[in-house]
Design a protein around this ligand. Sequence first.
Ligand code: SF4
Length: 76
Amino acid sequence: MALGGAAAIAVGAACAATGPARAQTKQSQADVQYVAKAPAGDKCSGCAMFQPPEGCQGVEGKISPEGWCSLYTPKA
Ligand code: SF4
């Protein structure tokens, strides 16, 4: 009983310690070298993470369908 409680507290503390960094799943546009105009043929509208009309699962802020970033993952 007592050990189980201690383990739960330890896990909770570990989560709290890493929480702020881990809770934010999206990265900033600067971190992923986002550009509003894709330099090549690969663009956000063809990326698996694009969320129409102007969003992205992995990157913060307004994302253009014509944009691109280093996380680009072609749709399957
Ligand atoms: S290329 Fe980057 S910004 Fe564009 S949809 Fe994909 S992950 Fe998001």
